[in-house]
Design a protein. Structure first.
Length: 303
């Protein structure tokens, strides 16, 4: 039995209204996670809540193994704010886990493109990587978001409906121009990926495109899947390796906190070894060991 089956009819209806509200500002995947913890909170409130003991309910919920992460705390806080709860409470601090960025190489991206069919699908992948866009930011692009006159850029609606400019190079601008010409996309409200936007879950379809190509590429490793978000990770990591200032990367990615951006400052072993080899001293210094020192002293005494 899933957590949603444990909800009564009133709770199910309320959760559905809340999901609709979340979808106006959150990605579909985030809404799914938030809905899970919200459903759990609803059940705990029904079972344990009495006026004045909200803190007890929150502590009890977060003490369970399944709700130890920061996402659970964010979901609970978001729902209580949505309900305009006035009863005071404090969100207990959780154990912060070190986040490991999963990425992919440029070679793998080129191979994925080679295994992907369709002009639109190939451009979708190119834009997600070249511009380091999120899944939803990519599939919902419209003609009005693409500015091809200098400074060339894409106007993106990101998390929390926040708008930002993602600047693009000449090659990316040329690709967009040719694509819009090919498909006759001229009206400001035209979607670049109109066929995908007609689907019920366009972001899921993007994941499906990447999953299908990944399975073809990594036929011996079913676990390795290059998701749309890994394209974003790959581009951000590349910018760090190329020495782009972290503040510019933060703005490019649309991160509210620079702490999130610094996760990309990790360097792989290959990069570290390459840089260390560049810094190797060119001179050959001879080191006099203890044994050599004794022998030299004996020679000096003999002379």
């Amino acid at each position: 039995m899933s957590i949603y089956d444990k909800l009564n009819d009133v709770e199910k209806e309320e959760l559905e209204h809340y999901r609709v509200h979340l979808l106006t500002s959150k990605a579909e995947s985030t809404v799914g996670v938030y809905s899970f913890y919200t459903a759990k909170l609803m059940i705990f409130i029904r079972k344990y809540y009495k006026p004045g003991n909200l803190q007890y309910v929150i502590n009890k919920l977060l003490s369970e193994e399944i709700a130890t992460g920061q996402v659970a705390r964010a979901a609970i806080k978001k729902y209580l704010k949505y309900k305009k709860v006035t009863e005071p409470y404090e969100m207990p601090e959780g154990k912060r886990r070190t986040r490991i960025i999963k990425t992919c190489t440029e070679t793998e991206i080129q191979q994925i493109l080679g295994m992907t069919n369709g002009y639109a699908n190939k451009l979708l992948i190119q834009l997600a990587y070249r511009c380091a866009l999120r899944n939803k930011e990519t599939v919902t692009l419209q003609v009005k978001n693409v500015i091809l006159e200098p400074p060339r850029r894409i106007s993106v609606i990101g998390k929390g409906n926040k708008e930002r400019n993602v600047y693009i190079n000449d090659r990316t601008a040329e690709m967009l121009h040719d694509y819009m010409e090919e498909y006759g996309l001229k009206q400001p409200e035209d979607y670049l990926f109109s066929r995908m936007m007609k689907l019920k879950h366009p972001t899921r379809h993007f994941r499906y495109i990447m999953t299908r190509a990944s399975k073809k590429l990594f036929i011996d490793s079913k676990k390795k899947i290059i998701s749309p978000h890994k394209l974003r990770h790959a581009r951000a990591t590349k910018m760090v390796e190329q020495g782009v200032p972290i503040q510019i990367i933060q703005q490019h990615l649309g991160h509210a906190s620079i702490e999130t951006t610094t996760l990309y400052t990790h360097l792989n072993e290959k990069t570290i070894l390459k840089e260390l080899q560049k810094a190797e001293p060119k001179e050959n210094y001879e080191i006099e060991g203890k044994k050599d020192k004794v022998i030299n002293e004996q020679k000096q005494e003999e002379t």
